[in-house]
Design a protein around this ligand. Structure first.
Ligand code: AMP
Ligand code: ZN
Length: 123
């Protein structure tokens, strides 16, 4: 028996499998509460996903249930931008929420995008 509390987890969730190591990913940073890895289909020279280890379907659900972990995700996004050298030139942190906004993986995640000019508004 372990006395570690079990995290919210969905057995059929791709990003839960990345957290557990069952699906490989190019991990760039990890904390007790978050994992960050390179997007498999990058849309910019830097395109990294920051996810909570715990499964919540989107950023709103995460921040309602675990506001401190939502803050961890945002802090990690900033740390990654600094490490990747895109903090100075500018970068974007995006939480696609709902299929109409392009969300395809229903485990909360921040996209950190930079290294090229980014248009506004996004498409
Ligand atoms: P979203 O469309 O906002 O839900 O973002 C999901 C992102 O996950 C997309 O940008 C995908 O390219 C990315 N993705 C899907 N599968 C993997 C994977 N195995 N490793 C890394 N990124 C992935
Ligand atoms: Zn999940």
């Amino acid at each position: 028996m372990t006395d570690q509390p079990s995290l919210p987890h969905q057995p059929d969730c791709l990003f839960c499998k990345i957290v557990s190591g069952d699906v490989p990913a190019t991990i760039v940073r990890e904390t007790d509460t978050t994992v960050a890895f390179r997007d498999i289909n990058p849309q910019a020279p830097t395109h990294i996903l920051v996810i909570p280890r715990a499964h919540y379907p989107d950023a709103a659900a995460l921040s309602a249930a675990e506001p401190a972990v939502a803050a961890d995700v945002l802090r990690e996004a900033g740390e990654i931008a600094a490490e990747e050298g895109i903090a100075e030139t500018g970068y974007r942190v995006v939480f696609n929420t709902g299929s109409g906004a392009g969300q395809t993986v229903f485990h909360a995640h921040a996209h950190v995008l930079g290294g090229r000019g980014l248009q506004w508004p996004p498409g």
